[in-house]
Design a protein around this ligand. Structure first.
Ligand code: F6R
Length: 617
């Protein structure tokens, strides 16, 4: 999704902005641009379609001033209008004095544009964003700055985050947020930063706060003022300390962020578990103290809401919660839940799962659940993100920054967090038996070691298999029970980064349709774990595929001689209690997708059309 960065301070603004844009690349984009003011308050702008390198080149080619102290930058992920130079942000008003960068969608842009055109405003792009800057120009003719901003925004419908630079107000940047993507403010020494997410600020500051819905900020070099943009009422903000380091957001010698993030899953899980479970297997989640104890002991149902990979982690969670707590668990795509009139109430715990904490569908779904009096909780990776600010309680995964667009370590740590939550609720609700609960807790504690050993072994074995299978056009992934979500997630990983069509299916459903697709050109990846209660049934499914000449890649436990006979190719993983196996069985599927994408020469960390956090509806 679009990325925003703004800076005011004593360092050369161009370098700070370009660095910030590079850090935001991972969000997904197709053009970029910056606008700065030099010390004589002249406005300079450059914008280019394609990679940030194109922008950097264009800046070097022109007479770009060295001494800029304030500016805004943007990476655009096209929604309205093609990814061209003209459609890239920042957008300028007719007089070339106001520049705007925007993330979100202006719903009534068509009628606003017609109205502004009638007034003589000349539009240069096909974007919805450009109406904002002309509206600001129109309102600034009748109102003082920055009141003109509030007046302009009263005419706008939609969700947006924007940052405004005005040549006539050369010592301030203005940021506004209404729904949609987040805006984080960083406080540096003699400098202020504003950005779509903290990764753009790493290396500059650890002291941040986030703008809430409906807030406007006026930034100066050493001061700021936050207010409700409609009422102009001042708001106080609480500073957060971000512990992520700039090194965590670098590749650290790996060819891609995705590979680095796959390989650091053991550490990410260790961090997620640290301090929350003791060696005996007892959990203690202080995070739950935000929710009334009586409710935690008595609520009737868990409703899980999430999108994409986080949804699949939630699907694993359904198996875990139901198995341990013996209460009903429902799971819904946040994008579906929010548009119905969902039946949830004060007896439900609604659990949102999101790596970024900014996925707008999940955010709005949480609000919907709150409006129906449900208690809400979030499993999230980004401290201070929108979802963490709106949920009643938050359990942070401590995976560190996830930069690769394809989610990997976020998934395994989300499953670990679900386990922690399940064990804590089990403790409070006294079910199942204490010994079973502690046994599961101790098992959870061993996961980082299992993950590390598995990854080390897999790195050597997956490549030749990827070589053998990289030229197929379609794949089917099958799993049963708690490994059925892993089939879905494995297929998602392959399609996202290699652009190969892949379907995930519960294996038992294959005979109800997808079996029609099977032939010698349709490889099937089957999660067939010997110690699973479904093993025999999965072996029958494998037979059905083989009988139709489908090549089968089995994900098998070590020394499974029967499994090895039944499949054409296999990848071995250690034997592990079935309810913990998703945290291991996903690893070969992540690596298989990665290695195939490498062979095909794909842009692994920024696959086409995808955005890291989806902040538009
Ligand atoms: C897949 C992927 C997406 C995200 C989804 C939700 O690899 O990254 O499917 O999982 O967009 O994002 P979050 O978890 O940030 O809400």
């Amino acid at each position: 999704m679009c990325g925003i960065v703004g800076y005011i301070g004593e360092k050369p603004a161009t370098a700070v902005l370009l660095d910030g844009l590079q850090k935001l690349e991972y969000r997904g984009y197709d053009s970029s641009g910056i606008a700065v003011l030099d010390h004589s308050h002249h406005l300079h702008i450059s914008k280019r379609s394609g990679k940030i390198q194109n922008l950097v080149k264009s800046i070097h080619q022109f007479h770009w001033p060295q001494s800029c102290y304030i500016g805004i930058g943007h990476t655009r992920w096209a929604t309205h209008g093609q990814p061209t130079d003209e459609n890239a942000h920042p957008h300028l008003d007719c007089s070339g004095t106001i520049a705007v960068v925007h993330n979100g969608i202006i719903e009534n842009y068509h009628e606003l544009k017609q109205h502004l055109q009638k007034q003589g405003h000349i539009f240069k792009s096909q974007t919805d964003t450009e109406v904002l800057v002309h509206l600001l120009e129109a309102e600034a003719r009748h109102n003082a700055w920055p009141q003109a901003v509030g007046e302009a925004l009263k005419k706008v419908r939609g969700t947006y985050s924007l940052v405004i630079l005005n040549q006539k107000d050369p010592h301030h940047l203005i940021g506004v947020r209404k729904g949609g993507g987040g805006l984080v403010i960083g406080m540096g020494k003699q400098a202020m930063f504003i950005a779509s997410d903290v990764s753009a600020l790493l290396g500059h500051t650890h002291q941040v706060f986030y703008l809430d819905d409906g807030e406007m900020i006026i930034l100066e070099k050493q001061a700021y003022q936050v207010m409700d943009w409609e009422t102009q009422k001042l708001r106080l903000k609480q500073l957060l300390t971000i512990e992520w380091t700039p090194q965590q957001a670098e590749k650290g010698g790996y060819a891609h962020f995705m590979l680095k993030e796959i390989m650091e899953q053991s550490k990410a899980m260790e961090d997620t578990l640290r301090g929350r479970i003791d060696a005996a297997g007892n959990t203690q989640l202080v995070e739950l103290s935000k929710i009334n104890l009586k409710f935690l002991k008595t609520f009737h149902r868990i409703v899980i809401l999430a999108c994409g990979t986080s949804y699949y982690a939630g699907l694993v969670g359904k198996f875990i919660f139901e198995d341990i707590l013996k209460i009903p668990v429902e799971i819904d795509y946040a994008s579906e839940f929010r548009y119905r009139d969902p039946v949830v109430d004060a007896h439900d715990l609604v659990l949102a799962i999101s790596q970024s904490g900014e996925t707008v569908d999940t955010l709005v779904a949480i609000r919907e659940a709150k409006s129906k009096k449900s208690k809400t909780m979030a499993i999230c990776n980004v401290l201070g993100s929108s979802i963490t600010r709106e949920a009643d309680a938050v359990l942070l995964t401590r995976a560190g920054p996830e930069i690769g667009v394809a989610s990997t370590k976020a998934f395994t740590t989300q499953v670990a967090a679900i386990w922690l939550l399940a064990l804590e609720l089990a403790r409070l609700r006294r079910t199942p038996t204490v010994s079973r609960r502690l046994q599961m807790g101790r098992h959870l504690l061993k996961m980082p070691i299992y993950i590390e050993q598995t990854l080390q072994a897999l790195r050597k074995t997956i490549k030749p298999l990827a070589q053998r299978f990289s030229r197929y056009d379609h794949f089917l992934y099958l799993g049963r029970g708690i490994n059925y979500p892993i089939a879905l997630e494995g297929a998602l990983k392959l399609k996202e980064i290699s652009y190969i069509h892949a379907e995930g299916y519960p294996a038992g459903e294959m005979k109800h349709g997808p079996i029609a697709l099977i032939d010698s050109q349709f490889p099937v990846v089957v999660l067939a774990l010997k110690s699973s209660r479904y093993y025999e049934k999965i072996i029958s499914n494998i037979e059905q595929v083989r009988a139709r000449s489908g090549p089968v890649i089995g994900i098998l436990e070590k020394n499974d001689s029967l499994g090895q006979q039944k499949v054409n190719f296999f990848i071995e993983i250690p034997t592990i209690e079935e309810s913990f196996s998703p945290m291991i069985s996903i690893l070969p599927l992540q690596l298989l997708a990665y290695e195939i994408a490498v062979i095909l020469g794909r842009e692994i960390d920024q696959p086409r059309n995808l955005a890291k956090s989806v902040t538009v509806e």
